[in-house]
Design a protein around this ligand. Structure first.
Ligand SMILES: [Fe+2]
Length: 327
């Protein structure tokens, strides 16, 4: 049985995925891409970082772009927890698993616990964060794709079952998964805390690496508008896959690469999963409609390229099965 029973009382309360921290080479180029083109709002730009938020955000940032000599690295995946006490519980839990966990200073947020998952992907947990006014009804601020909120992370995992088992202990629940026809070995899995299809997903491949971070858009039309915008403002080559609709999650999607090749998904129309007895959907690895209900198949780069985590060795996937790739 690949899907573990749901853990409804986890050792600490993770509320949702909340921010991604990316290393970039040129803040001007990054700001033009994320703010002017995707439509995020710059909360603050300093000499070495840009903090951006989406329209619904009441938090200071959901994207942090840090100038770096090693661009293309994902510095951290950020998760909101339910209270300050949950941070202390989280530290105890990770250390009980033999995983180092330490409190670090992060500008514009409170105590931040920096640690790793079972494969080494960098995680940061926080409760307090500087508050900013919501832009939800500041329609004069809406532009480009009008992203509403941070939606999820997707990571390459060298062993998806191991990832699922680890995150299940933390209360993440599987909503959908892909497995080979002749066995139940997982090739990919989608897991949530916040009651949508996912906060985290895992794709079989050399890992750990960040495959993409995703923003939720109001409608598919906003995504189509982004295609028009990118194709006429010098970003045609940054559109990697889509638009199309996933079978898994039902999302209308577009994948783009930022100026440092970080992959961002723009995403609309998934569904609610909050019921504690919500049952996972199993998809066959041979069913091409699981990844593309309609639209062109994913290119090879989509299956092979991703952002590494700092000082983190990667390893080949244990499972060698490959889905169908467009060449
Ligand atoms: Fe995604």
């Amino acid at each position: 049985m690949p899907v573990p029973p749901y853990t409804l009382t986890p050792p600490f309360n993770t509320v949702r995925c909340a921010y991604v921290d990316l290393a970039v080479s040129d803040l001007d180029k990054s700001q033009h891409f994320y703010d002017n083109t995707l439509g995020l709002k710059t909360t603050l730009r300093t000499d070495d970082a840009i903090y951006l938020r989406a329209m619904e955000d009441r938090n200071h940032h959901c994207f942090v772009l840090r100038k770096s000599d090693t661009p293309g690295v994902c510095n951290a995946q950020g998760f909101k927890v339910g209270s300050e006490e949950d941070l202390d519980k989280a530290k105890v839990w990770f250390e009980s698993k033999g995983i180092p966990a330490e409190f670090v200073e992060r500008e514009h947020q409170g105590r931040t616990l920096r640690t790793r998952d079972n494969h080494g992907a960098v995680l940061e947990f926080f409760f307090e964060i500087e508050k900013v006014p919501s832009l939800l009804q500041k329609y004069e601020e809406y532009k480009a794709a009008q992203p509403l909120r941070f939606d999820h992370f997707n990571c390459f995992s060298p062993n998806v079952q191991e990832s699922v088992d680890f995150y299940s202990e933390l209360g993440f629940r599987v909503t959908e998964y892909t497995a080979e026809d002749d066995n139940d070995i997982m090739w990919a899995a989608w897991m949530h805390r916040k009651g949508t299809v996912h906060d985290v997903a895992f794709t079989n491949g050399m890992g750990p690496r960040l495959h993409h971070a995703a923003l939720f858009l109001p409608t598919a039309i906003h995504l189509i508008h982004l295609c028009d915008l990118m194709s006429t403002t010098g970003y045609l080559g940054n559109m990697e896959r889509g638009p199309g609709r996933h079978g898994i999650s039902n999302a209308f999607f577009l994948y783009v690469r930022d100026p440092d090749d970080h992959r961002i998904e723009l995403y609309a129309s998934d569904y609610m999963t909050v019921d504690p007895d919500h049952e996972p959907i199993r998809w066959s690895l041979l069913d091409t409609q699981r990844q593309t209900l309609w639209g062109t198949p994913a290119p090879r780069s989509w299956f092979e390229e991703g952002s590494e985590f700092p000082d983190t060795p990667t390893r080949e996937a244990d499972l060698k099965a490959q889905p169908i790739i467009a060449h």
